[in-house]
Write a protein that binds this ligand. Structure first.
Ligand code: FMN
Length: 179
């Protein structure tokens, strides 16, 4: 199915996923607490293996904690001083599949975090998944306990009005096969 204009609305899934973009430039405008609460409610309802919910989120607002983020994420492409969310996995809670020992921690935290990203988009906010950071440095600087592993950093705030162009995606035909 082609993305047709009449299928896009801020109230439907296609409209929200189309509006979502990696946002790295933010306006100097604080995110309202009601919006944070709404986003966290969407996060909380995410599914997880055996419903173990092996996630924990740090909401980073202070100058000191943001400095720790910038010391572990050194690319320097986040502009406008947004707040951040650190999405962590809890290895004491995650489900490990018996037959092969696979740990579903990343899968579960990623599902919850994408709920966060899409809820933020629906609320008119911008976010960006960030993975190019030094996990050990961040844990040390923020005194994150041993059993929690930061999986992604997400700046969150009001995007600069000009949204980046939608990057190319594979066509639908390229991504599936009927068996
Ligand atoms: C797991 C993951 C890690 C990413 N890490 C970074 C990152 O460290 N820095 C960055 O600027 N963008 C990062 N991105 C953003 C991607 O570059 C971006 O999502 C991709 O280019 C597609 O663009 P779009 O999100 O606007 O559709 C990451 C995205 C994902 C899903």
């Amino acid at each position: 199915m082609e993305t047709k204009k009449e299928n896009l609305s801020s109230k439907n899934m296609l409209g929200i996923v189309t509006a979502r973009r990696a946002i790295r430039n933010f306006l100097p405008k604080e995110v309202e607490q009601e919006k944070i609460d709404y986003i966290l409610e969407c996060v909380r309802l995410a599914p997880s293996a055996v419903n173990f919910q092996p996630w924990y989120f740090y909401i980073v607002k202070s100058k000191e904690a943001k400095a720790a983020i910038y010391q572990s994420y050194t690319i320097g492409n986040i502009k406008g001083d947004p707040m951040f969310i650190i999405a962590c996995g809890d290895s004491t809670k995650s489900w490990k599949r018996k037959i092969d020992g696979k740990d579903f921690i990343d899968v579960d935290v990623t599902i919850a975090t994408e709920h966060l990203v899409l809820a933020a988009t629906e609320q008119g906010l911008g976010t960006c998944w960030l993975a190019h950071f030094n996990v050990e440095k961040l844990k040390e600087l923020l005194e994150i306990p041993e059993h929690l592993t930061p999986i992604a950093l997400l700046p969150i705030g009001y995007p600069q009005t000009e949204l980046p162009k939608q990057p190319e995606r594979k066509s639908v035909e390229e991504i599936y096969k009927v068996l």
